[in-house]
Design a protein around this ligand. Structure first.
Ligand code: PXP
Length: 248
């Protein structure tokens, strides 16, 4: 198949992490999001966690008011977050599992075990016009459950692949890449739009970006870290270059 242009969603959560380390207003995630758009981001991703450890409600207000590209609003499937999403009606809502004690989003959402509840949960979000995406492991039962509940988009969790790459466990990396490759193709065949995210870097992004069944990557922590050395615009431009090079 001919691969469509791969979109880059830039996750700006960790601009807020740095801000919150001191309190106050700096650095401003909304300013970062506007710079990301100027540097070629196709969308902005922000995760409003239950504990507000990085992004806070006012950031979502600011992003909704200022962005010219789509906001991908990541959230846990709680009543509080559903009400916030229904108030803002972002372009996309990505449902993620959330545990208070975790450092970051550790696993995928278990859609297969909660399909009835999730089908009811996403219905009003879809009716409000948000494209609902489910952040899941590259697992066939999870993809099938997403089809069953009528979610139009999935995001495959790249964490295990990224960790294997970072720790130079090449056999594990290849196993994880094969799982993502297979499930991206399977989900695409089922009519789902496929995104991939978590832990991607300049080194690890290529094999994922090369998959023609993947439409979007969401990348945050590495880009924000790299921005310390290169500046945010150049850090994003280099990610875009790595993606385009791999896509051919
Ligand atoms: N996609 C989802 C669903 C996520 O939860 C995260 C992390 O918040 C990302 C993408 C971005 O991951 P990273 O910050 O490791 O690039």
């Amino acid at each position: 198949m001919t691969a469509p242009k791969l979109r880059l969603g830039v996750n700006i959560d960790h601009v807020a992490t740095v801000r919150n380390a001191r309190g106050g207003d700096n650095p401003d995630p909304v300013r970062a999001a506007l710079m990301a758009e100027a540097a070629g981001a196709d969308g902005i991703t922000a995760h409003l966690r239950e504990d507000r450890r990085h992004i806070v409600d006012a950031d979502i207000d600011g992003l909704m008011a200022a962005l010219t590209t789509p906001l991908n609003f990541e959230m846990a499937a709680t009543a509080e977050m559903q009400a916030i999403a229904l108030r803002h009606k972002p372009h996309a809502v990505c449902l993620v599992p959330e545990k208070r004690e975790e450092r970051t989003t550790e696993g995928g959402l278990d859609v297969a075990a909660n399909d009835n509840a999730l089908a009811a949960y996403i219905a009003p979000l879809a009716a409000a016009g948000s494209r609902v995406s489910m952040f899941i492991a590259a697992d066939r039962a999870q993809v099938d459950a997403c089809v069953r509940i009528g979610a139009p988009v999935i995001e495959l969790h790249a964490g295990a692949y990224a960790d294997a790459w970072a720790e130079e466990r090449w056999d594990d990396r290849d196993v994880e890449l094969a799982k993502i490759t297979d499930m991206a193709a399977y989900a695409h065949d089922q009519g789902l739009e496929v995104h991939v995210g978590h832990g991607l870097t300049y080194d690890s992004v290529g094999p994922i970006a090369a998959l023609p069944t993947v439409a979007e990557l969401n990348i945050g922590h590495f880009i924000i870290g790299e921005a310390i050395f290169r500046g945010l615009g150049p850090a994003i431009e280099e990610m875009r270059r790595c993606m385009d090079e791999a896509r051919g």
